[in-house]
Design a protein around this ligand. Structure first.
Ligand code: GRG
Length: 309
């Protein structure tokens, strides 16, 4: 990861002062660097020790960061990682444009690796992420969204980049298609579990521990799994309360809604769904050789569902 940080530092530079300022702010804002870790763990697990793994690890972090910059503008978020968002500090236009800089810089870097399969994987992944965001936009304020539609959104907007990161490790190792799919399957399941927990924490966490505002999803009228389950299990009056809150993006009765979500066991059920995904992720690893890297990947899948921030 120290090598990845060196690539990140070298690749961030721009003569345009505002790009330098915002890109540094966001890239060094204390992200967990989960996606680059996945690239390295899979590359190492499959003995792909080429320096290209550091470049691609930085690439996925840049793409992730670009999506965060854009997402915080779309969602009008003010707090991320316990700090003011870039849009809160520098404005929407600067945030979107620096997101474009990071996104296009990532493409310059991946071209430098000179492998068509890498381009294919990342071109497809970024396109699917954008589709996921648009699908989510269409689902906003709609309490009749199905669980299938919700799962499609999270597989697209979040799990796809985890999937691509894991797959890239396999691509660097020239793995056959079956092994590549096993790695991708791990990433997809881990990413899905990760987003399910993110959606739990929006109702369960504390703003301070979470580093972002609790109740943001409801404020945006996002019908996430905890709400869908609570509506299914709640009384007629509770269902009506949640429906109205989703339709209006109303948080004035947030505490009542949190109580319903907890009482109906919707958070536990969502956590259980995340655990099932994490178990699937660990099963995918059975196709890989057993070594310290696959052991870390196993641990990674457990940690991703037991986190509280
Ligand atoms: C630029 C390709 C491109 C698309 C723009 C706005 C958008 C389309 C996509 C947003 C996708 C998005 C932000 C999904 C949420 C993913 C998520 C759970 C992010 C938080 O990830 P962490 O917790 O972040 O790994 P840290 O802070 O650790 O880096």
């Amino acid at each position: 990861m120290q090598e990845v940080d060196k690539v990140i530092a070298r690749s961030l530079s721009s003569d345009v002062a505002l790009i330098d300022q915002i890109a540094h702010y966001i890239v060094h804002a204390g992200g967990k660097r989960m996606r680059p870790k996945l690239v390295l763990l899979f590359a190492n697990a499959l003995s792909a020790t080429t320096p290209a793994r550091f470049e691609l690890a930085a690439v996925v972090e840049f793409i992730h960061t670009a999506t965060l910059l854009h997402d915080d503008v779309v969602d009008e978020s003010s707090l991320r990682r316990g700090k003011p968002t870039a849009n809160a500090l520098f404005g929407n236009a600067a945030s979107v444009l620096v997101g474009d800089f990071l996104y296009s810089r990532a493409f310059q870097m991946m071209v430098s690796v000179d492998r068509m399969r890498v381009l294919e994987v990342l071109a497809e992944a970024t396109n699917v992420i954008a589709e996921g965001e648009v699908l989510q936009l269409m689902n906003m304020h709609d309490p009749d969204v199905t669980v299938e539609s919700y799962l499609k959104v999270i597989r697209f907007k979040t799990a796809k980049l985890f999937e691509a990161s894991a797959r890239l490790g396999a691509v660097l190792a020239d793995a056959d298609r079956e092994l590549e799919e096993a790695c991708a399957g791990y990433g997809r399941a881990l990413g899905t579990a990760f987003q399910l927990i993110d959606d739990v924490l929006d109702y369960e966490g504390e703003t301070q521990q979470l580093g972002k505002n609790v109740g943001d999803d409801l404020r945006e009228g996002k019908p996430t799994l905890p709400l869908l389950i609570a509506m299914e299990r709640g009384t007629e009056a509770e269902r009506a309360l949640i429906r109205e809150a989703i339709e209006k993006g109303e948080v004035s009765r947030l505490q009542e809604i949190v109580d319903v979500v907890r009482r109906t066991g919707a958070l536990d059920a969502t956590r259980e769904a995340a655990r099932a995904e994490a178990r699937h992720a660990s099963e995918c690893l059975s196709r890989l050789p057993r070594n310290q890297w696959t052991e870390s990947l196993l641990e990674f899948s457990v940690q991703s569902v037991e986190r509280h921030s």
